[in-house]
Design a protein around this ligand. Structure first.
Ligand SMILES: [Zn+2]
Ligand SMILES: [Zn+2]
Length: 331
């Protein structure tokens, strides 16, 4: 449904962005369907945003009119807590201000990127390197940083073996980034339907999780497993794939708890972890990394009128690999 939303007046440290493209993230669907709790309707979602600066506040120093910029999953944080001071604003102890469905500093509910313009504090606006194609930038701001951050934190690189569970929007970025970091990457997907793509993105191996033999063949193999699936999985079966001191990191978020047998953590001193997006400085590093390594998401551009159909296709895993909305179709 199309509607008109108000953006706040430009404050001295605000940037006005004319949006070009907004990515469709699974979180948008969880949110609008009320699967992650009550929704402050009316709500515009979208937290993968790219566009150009059209106006800046009087005190803005980091961005100028005409700059190509991006906005991801958060638009502010307290900036004072230990986590914010450590550059980990996504873990702000006061709770970061989400790009949509959060209460902004002026008391209004934040509204996301499926819209023509957005006003954001300059500190939460990212600079986009020239090398990244315009329509492919947006998904980096959620899917890209969500997978880059744990890969960097757990030191994926030469000599490490990384498994990526799920080959969707997050999964395909995890593969490309881990490969660029120098890791040896295996994709674990329900079927072999996207195997050719996985190998093209640089994975060395691609196995079906629907085949129990996969879990026997790959037992005690990986240093790091990035689980991008947002449905329930048999955690114990995946933990069995970790070698000594290996870690399984969850970046997908199933609504229900995942049961873990502690004994499967004792073996090989394994860790079961979670990770949420990344800090602003780290997100900037991710963009530079992707530009440097020639990495971009695979996108399918849709008009605003096709969003509901796109949601259905995301839910049936029928997207290769991220939808982005052409915001010009809203104008
Ligand atoms: Zn997202
Ligand atoms: Zn904070």
């Amino acid at each position: 449904m199309r509607t008109t939303i108000e953006r706040r007046d430009l404050g001295p440290r605000d940037v006005l962005i004319e949006i070009s493209y907004a990515g469709i993230c699974h979180s948008d669907i969880h949110t609008v369907r009320g699967e992650w709790g009550a929704v402050p309707y009316p709500l515009t979602v979208g937290h993968e945003i790219v566009g150009h600066v059209t106006e800046v506040g009087a005190d803005v120093t980091r961005h100028a009119v005409g700059d190509r910029v991006g906005v991801g999953c958060m638009v502010n944080s307290c900036r004072e807590c230990a986590n914010c001071r450590a550059g980990q604003e996504q873990y702000c102890l006061q709770g970061n201000v989400g790009t949509y469905a959060s209460v902004d500093r002026d008391g209004t509910v934040t509204q996301g990127g499926y819209s023509t313009h957005v006003v954001v504090d300059e500190d939460f606006v990212l600079r986009v390197p020239h090398a990244i194609p315009h329509e492919a930038v947006a998904p980096l701001l959620c899917a890209g940083i969500t997978t880059y951050s744990p890969l960097a934190h757990w030191k994926a690189g030469p000599g490490t073996k990384v498994a990526v569970v799920g080959m969707g929007g997050l999964g395909h970025m995890a593969v490309k980034i881990a490969v660029a970091m120098g890791a040896e990457v295996t994709v674990l997907s329900q079927t072999l339907g996207k195997k050719d793509d996985g190998l093209r993105f640089g994975a060395e191996d691609y196995q079906a999780t629907s085949d129990p033999a996969t879990f026997e063949a790959l037992a005690n193999t990986f240093d790091l497993i990035i689980n991008t699936v947002s449905a329930s999985i048999d955690v114990g079966a995946y933990l069995g794939l970790l070698r000594l001191d290996g870690t399984m990191v969850n970046v997908g978020a199933p609504p229900e708890p995942l049961p873990v047998r502690v004994f499967s953590l004792f073996n090989n001193r394994r860790s079961f972890a979670g990770s949420s997006i990344g800090g602003i400085a780290e997100t900037q590093r991710m963009l530079e990394f992707c530009a440097e390594h020639g990495i971009a998401p695979e996108v399918e551009v849709v008009d605003a009128d096709a969003v509901n159909d796109a949601y259905e296709r995301v839910l049936s895993s029928d997207v290769r690999y991220r939808f982005v909305i052409d915001i010009d179709s809203l104008r």
